[in-house]
Design a protein around this ligand. Sequence first.
Ligand code: GCB
Length: 913
Amino acid sequence: MFTRLPQSFSRYLTVVLLLVGLVSQHSLVAEQTGADDISNPTRQTTLLNSDWRFELDGTIEGQDPNLDDSQWLPLRLPHTWNTEDSFDEDPGYRRNASWYRRNLVTPENLGDEHLYLRFEGVNQRAEVYVNGQLATHHVGGYTAFVCDITSLLNPTPGASNLIAVRVDNSWDPDVPPIAKINFTIYGGIYRNVHLLRVDPVHIAVNDFASPGVFIDTLLVTRKEACVRIRGLVENQDASSHDCTVINTILSPEGREVGSARTELTIPETGRSEFETTVGLQETPQLWSPDNAVLYRVKTEVLVEGIVRDLVTNDFGIRWFHFDPEQGFILNGEHLYLKGTNRHQDREGFGNALTDEQHREDLELIKQMGANFLRLGHYPQAPAVLDSADKLGLLLWEEIPVLTRISESDAFRQNSLHMLEEMIKQHFNHPSIIVWGSMNEIFLRNGDGTRSEPSEAYSAKVSKLAHDLDARIRQLDPGRVSTMAFHDSRQYDKLSMLDIPQLVAFNRYFGWYGGGLSSFGRELDRQHQAGPERPLFISEYGAGSDRRLNSIDPQRMDFTNSYQQAFAEGHLRQIKERPYLSGAAWWNQFDFGNPYNQDTIPGINQKGLMYFDRTPKDTYYLFQANFSDEPVLHIASRDWPIRIAYPSPKSNDSAEPPFEHAIKVYSNADSVELVVNGTSVGSRQPDDVCAATWKVPLQEGVNQIAAQAKFDEKIVSDEMEIESRGMPTNLAKEGDPFDALYVNVGSHVEFRDHKDHIWIPDQSYQSGGWGHVAGKPRELSAEGSRKSVDVFNTDEDPLYQSFLVGINQYRFDLPDGRYRVTLKMNDYENSDPATRVFDIKVNNEPVVENLDLAMQADKQTALVTEHVVEVSEGKGLIVDFVPVAGEPVLSGISVVRETPTIKSAGVTRSETDR
Ligand code: GCB
């Protein structure tokens, strides 16, 4: 006969048997995960990501168990319904409610144990129902929440229970973020869901969804550490319990290096706190980006000698502070914070990333050599925090209170609640050093406009800023509070720079406004104005598009060339200012940005990596500056086709060949460049690790190689760069013309999907080509040079610049048959008869009374094509004759209909059509 074992002990036995593979798991533990691994005999954590069904229509009674959901979409979490619509041409994206449902089987032997659901993140309002009854609701899309579902379950073992979750990402003035903000609020259950099974006496799981145990180091030196462990134990039994809490500290190698016992009485259906300090019985192994060692606290709760709950929590031992003159000091040593920012979304997935994808992102950042990451603008997934701890990335985490606030009390309460959730949930992560409470809060006024805020509104903002900051300091005095300030007088007026412990600036000199070199001057001014304030740059950045380049890059042109120049200029100015604690580029990855269009609709393109995580050349600039590993990269992956421009004075393509600038990013002492097998010399990279050669390239494909020696190791990089000649004298004999593509009204080269390069515009010169009259313009939103979406095309950048009031476009072509393509869009009108013009080709009317608003709506691409015979050496003349308003033109291409043998234009002509 077996005697009946105490319940917890029998669970312990089951787990041991599972480990040696003697019994099979029942269905609930099919997706076992979690930090509570093999050493945990008491609680079970099960991933509940599979077998959900989804219904877009949130107006139905989705919680009703009698509702048939067999036609709902089966899916696996994480999930969002906004992967596509934030990027299409319809303005906006779906912000509404939807339903998710899943079945949950009542486990065998549940006894008096409790079942909780834990949601890592639901954007942004959630109502959770079990068997038709509301179990909980939660607001805020970026923090976890937990609910006890035990009493709502059908208690019969094996019974089905319906879990239904209504998720709503509608705009809600009471839930931060509220403004028309610059990132997508993807709706859905977009992070993991877990089921927890715990003894009635357990470490609290729903104390702001925290781990229930809070670990910090009250005293740390190189020689010793004193660890404080606090926690909350919950008793769901109807009788009180005397229990013992045993905290054991395990070294990174798993050795026991300290422990403490605390006796506790917990009232019936109540909670009790414990707090203990443990001196480490070894010289502490300090956590840092170079040595990300994690200690572990094992917390056991025993009643009458039997373990009723056990949890483990990792932590790190380190100390730090920010100094106004010396910057950031970690474990007594200066550490410059080499930083970047991260939004969590990714191409094709929206915000619904798997843990593996989150980890990949953090690894990419670590490989770049960064040691600091700002999680802008919201708390991120547990996988992110865990990876940062393990990889050694210092973190700034913040709540999404940005751009503006709502004046309602609910907004204020929700902000404070989110802050507490964030801090309590992530308290034990050694990676976190800074808590952020607000970002650019005066970017817009309370009503969403950019006008001067009222005094009443300003006072509310200031009050909330003070309250959030005070709450940070109260909840976590071991870390530092911060806010990100943009360029606004309001902060000075309200003395807001004196609120946080770390003052951080978002500055975009050389992008949204101001000159590149003003950046450093502004920092010096701030440093002088508040010499007692430690300073950090929380954002600086410029956007780029792999299709755009220029030999004359300019502010906000989205060329790779400008992004590189901008980043180099900033890195230089940052390096020159040792009082700065560090700086974080905005942003590591391109991200979803539904309102402010750059050159790709719906995407903020300031990433060092594209939305799909392909690195831009600029990624390697940062890697060369940040990393201690050898870095060598020919910075032209996004500019593989170069145009050999003739000298502007020349009317003759026999001029000396155009010299192309080839840049290499490297942290080597010296780099050698080899072009088509011949060395063009060695160079020492400059103060920001860039070395540039001017080299003539041969027409067609060139082999470019760079190599450098790192100690005894030779590192090399190579790529092909194609050079395409561009004759000035189009009709010149022996240099027959094939095709020309012109990005009208722009100084930028645009590479289309067939690799045609739409070259910068110019005014007409005899023997050559160009426009006659017209004012260059760019599509812009809100008075800045930011672009706006052009519909019916994915060649937005081509249409975003144009000539207004153009009279004529001329090409002095040799005789032959050509296809002429014109690209246009009306950038300002949707009313008929406001912009009407005729188009004539060599005096023949080809389009009459072209009313752009009638043919295509405002900001919609319109293409016309015409085949024309050029004869008698007269060349090609396209006239734009105004009937009403001014004619506009965005792009023009001329392609010879019968390809010549030699390709002399700027394209491989026969692939054109
Ligand atoms: C900022 C904001 C950030 C934007 C960024 C930009 O200052 O804090 O949310 O995405 O500028 O790219 O405009």
